[in-house]
Write a protein that binds this ligand. Structure first.
Ligand SMILES: *Cc1c(COP(=O)(O)O)cnc(C)c1O
Length: 363
């Protein structure tokens, strides 16, 4: 595991190496390493996952009058990126089994103004991604993946974030690889990669000046150095998390009211969190109770709810996505970190079992 002193050592070394304040040596090296790790032509480092999403949409020239289809089962940052591009977010319901986007709803909500589909791989899951990608291709729409939680996941053998036109990632703490705050985009499209750069970088000598206004979304050099250091541990972190997720499922075992959200056989999630469907009364309250009892989880701790029901999205108008609302309310995504110990996993499992039993008996 990466220790704090190792991390600080990497940070200090990078600061010592920084002779030219205008130089982008760490960020450029990080981009090259990310492109290699993900097997794509271009990686562009930015200051956050939200910045990556916003930049991706703008690079695709998506703006006022355009519509972007995205799952209602997502975090608020995905929606914010679309509205920041001044496009209209159109929420898509979840599939019948609550997993991934409902293709029929995607098709029904595609209009002449639709420019992109933005699937979100919540909890590192890529349910239905390949089918959505095929639809986007047939309908001539961009596919921009919100892969912020899906570093290292794959769908049908294809790495999350490399299936679409552009993949967006976060390097915020708590994600698979982190440098405190940061993000990056991946693409194989040379023209799009060039478009990102004009939005936040002074052009290289001899290159054309930026043709549109953009934001400062640079990743700070010391953070790029940290990200490079932590990226070296990616394979180890993934192996560890996958093992931890399986261990937690094993320890929780058959607990009435909880069903393991097993991945489709063709998908290989990254172990970002262990995932169950809650079939107990008042599932949101149950998740909040778990959070109180020390089991950090998306709904209970971070108040995740379907985006169309989020107070911040009420100005976007009503959306009819009942299955997504129910799927999020019933989603128990338990967070852990590579440094979470076997004893911690036992404690988490014991709490989950005990609280589920008590909850089931008190109905
Ligand atoms: C973390 C996250 C984001 C935003 O990333 P930031 O780096 O916090 O801006 C977007 N989408 C999903 C699914 C995330 O988990």
């Amino acid at each position: 595991m990466t220790t704090t002193s190792e991390t600080l050592g990497a940070l200090k070394a990078s600061i010592d190496r920084m002779p030219d304040p205008a130089g982008r040596t760490e960020a450029a090296a990080l981009e090259a390493e990310l492109a290699t790790v993900h097997g794509v032509r271009h990686a562009i480092a930015v200051s956050s996952g939200t910045a990556a999403l916003h930049t991706a949409l703008i690079a695709c020239d998506i703006g006022p009058g355009d519509e972007v289809l995205l799952p209602a089962a997502t975090v608020i940052m995905t929606v914010a990126a679309v509205t920041a591009a001044r496009a209209r977010p159109v929420f898509v319901d979840a599939a019948d089994d609550g997993r991934g986007m409902d293709l029929a709803d995607v098709a029904a909500k595609t209009t002449g103004r639709t420019r992109a589909i933005l699937p979100v791989h919540l909890a590192g899951r890529t349910d239905g991604l390949i089918d959505v990608a095929a639809y986007a291709h047939s309908a001539d729409l961009y596919l921009v993946e919100d892969a912020c939680q899906a570093q290292g996941s794959s769908a049908c053998g294809r790495a999350a974030g490399t299936v679409g036109t552009i993949g967006c990632f976060s390097l915020k703490d708590g994600k698979i690889i982190s440098c405190g705050e940061g993000g990056y985009l991946l693409t194989n499209d040379d023209a799009l990669a060039a478009a990102y750069r004009t939005h936040w970088l002074t052009p290289a000598p001899g290159a054309p000046a930026a043709s549109r206004l953009g934001m400062n979304y640079r990743l700070a050099e010391p953070l790029a150095a940290l990200a490079r250091h932590n990226l070296k541990g990616l394979d180890r972190a993934l192996a560890r998390r996958r093992e931890q997720a399986l261990r937690l499922y094993d320890l929780v075992g058959d607990t009435p009211g909880l069903t393991v959200h097993a991945p489709a056989p063709e998908d290989a999630p990254n172990g970002y969190s262990a995932l169950w469907r809650v079939d107990l009364d008042r599932p949101r309250d149950f998740s909040a109770r778990l959070a109180e009892a020390g089991v950090a989880n998306s709904v209970g701790t971070y108040r995740l709810r379907a985006a169309h029901q989020h107070p911040a999205c009420q100005d976007l108008g009503p959306a009819d996505c009942p299955r997504a609302a129910q799927a999020v309310d019933r989603m128990l995504a338990v967070a852990f970190q590579p440094q979470t110990t076997e004893a911690d996993l036992h404690r988490l499992a014991e709490t989950i079992r005990r609280e589920a039993k008590t909850w089931g008996e008190s109905r």
